[in-house]
Structure formats: C-alpha cells, structure tokens
Ligand binder design. Sequence first.
Ligand code: PGA
Length: 235
Amino acid sequence: MPLIIANWKMHMNKERATDFCKKILSSGVDLSKFIIASPTPYLGLLIDAFDGINFCAQDVSIFEGEGQYTGQFSSMMLSDIGIKYAIIGHNETRNLSHDTNQIVHKKAINCINAGIVPIICIGESIRVRESGNYKEFLLNQLVESVPILNNPMIIGYEPSWSIGTGLIPNDIIEIFEIIKSFLSKNLIVNNVSLVYGGSVNLNNVAQILSIKNIDGVLIGKISLDPNNLTKIANI
Ligand code: PGA
C-alpha cells in the first residue's frame, strides 16, 4: 500500500474528525501507511481516542522546547502527546507565515530532535514554472530546506499551481529524479520517502502512484471523506 497523507488543512470539527477516524479504523486498511494531518486543536483528543492511527501536525515552531513565544507550539510538545509526523514548509504555510527555506530547515531539525518525522514540502509557483528555471528553483529548495541527516524524512513535491486547481504537472517523473539524485549525492537516499501532492483524486491517483520513485501521495480536498482514502489504499 502506498503512503497516504491526509492533509485536512483548516477543516473538520470534533464530531466529523472522530467519525472519520472510526471509519478508517474499521475499514481494515494498513494503518502503518496512513497519516492524518489534523488541525492542532484536535490532535490531542484524536491521539487519545484512536490508538494505532498515525497523526501528524501541519506545522511546528521554529523554537525548540519551551519559551516566551505566545501562539507557538514546539516539536517537543507534539512528541510529548504522541505525534509522529509534521508537515513542514507546505506552500500555504510558506506563504502565510513567510517561512523561508532556512526556517523550513530549522523546523525540520526541531522535528528530528524530537523524534518526529518531518514531511518537508517543496514546490514552485506558476510564475517560477513559466520562467523556465523551476528545476533549479526546486533543487535550491532541497539544498536549503532538507537537513543532510540519516534520519527518516518524507519529501513532498507540491507545486502551488497544482494545489486545489485540478492541474497536474506532466513531468513529475523528472522532478522525482532530481529529488532522488539530490538525496543520493548527499548519501541520505535510504531513509527518505517521496510523495506527490496537488489535485490528487480518485481518477488520477493510480497513474500518479505508478510513477517511478513515488512512495505515496499527500492529499488535501478529497482527504476529508474517509471513503476516498480507503479507496486509494485499495488501489
Ligand atoms: P489538494 O491539496 O489535494 O486539495 O490539491 C493538496 C495539499 O495542499 O496538500
């Protein structure tokens, strides 16, 4: 089964989130390959209620441990409640919080220090894609955002122009080759899984998952319905 990361973004409420997890638990899918990125307010209660499901934060603080940082939550705190994964550098976070590659790198290190697997997202905007230099741009994002460490990590390729638009790049295979070669050159290829995200749906997921080097998908909009996820798990 591929890795399936459900990114709920700022959706769900307590009742819907709970119903969702009940359905996933009773569906019989391989839970080890299944990661749910819930909004932070629900993480604690979901973890306590649903043993066996991997929950994921949608961001972490650039600060470690504890400190005078109102509104922030550290990777150590997430680890303390049992979180195993955190999405770092999602395009929406990079834009809304002005996260640079250097900030993404620091957040990834914080995750690793706390025993959390960072899901590090990279991806180009439509402006960068049309400039023709997007492959260099993506390589630079990798160089600046990904820690050269042999800890487990996940890298997500999510071009911003594909998120929620129905558009899928026709050169995912080449982009994943760039990512693989970056990882191989830095001798960290063995512990890193690669996922694609951006307008993944039931019609295109089989084709996306058949692309060389892809270990799974990062899903936004259609991840709010548990039936969609169990269908993908059974592909
Ligand atoms: P989408 O979002 O599947 O709705 O395009 C993907 C994401 O932002 O992770």
